[in-house]
Design a protein. Structure first.
Length: 142
């Protein structure tokens, strides 16, 4: 199956590397997670550079910037019924498709697209985290 170019708002299965793991010297994500494509920059002759934020079942502590994913959105995307949050103050960036792209249960490379309103909330939270000096990223080779 061919891998299509990523779309902003798309949920992809990705081996997300948390910043704390990156700072500890790790270079591979520990778990395949649904991640939201928040930026996709097509570079002439150099492919596409992508930034993603991760979804997690772990409730964020008060120091994190996160948005809970509505149950109806998770159901539409075919994700499990457990509560999940999108962490908006931490991202990975990589050259598409990279080595850490996984497959969804149906064998594709995408769960689908987030609603525009939720994507706007993520963007706003990322901008606010950046303004507070709390937005952290991990550049990935894979």
């Amino acid at each position: 199956m061919a891998i299509k170019e990523p779309r902003v708002g798309e949920i992809i299965p990705y081996w997300f590397l948390w910043r704390s793991e990156h700072e500890a010297g790790e270079d591979a994500g520990r778990k395949l997670r649904p991640c939201v494509v928040v930026a996709a920059l097509r570079r002439q002759g150099n492919g596409t550079r992508v930034a993603v934020v991760s979804m997690t079942h772990a409730p964020p502590d008060a120091t994190r910037t996160a948005i809970e994913v509505p149950a109806q959105v998770k159901a539409r995307l075919g994700l499990d019924e457990r509560r999940s949050w999108i962490i908006c103050d931490e991202f990975n960036e990589f050259d598409w498709p990279g080595m850490d792209l996984g497959k969804a249960p149906d064998g594709t490379f995408s769960f689908g697209l987030l609603p525009r309103g939720l994507l706007s909330e993520i963007r706003d939270e990322m901008i606010a985290a950046r303004a507070r000096g709390k937005l952290r990223g991990a550049a990935r080779d894979g």
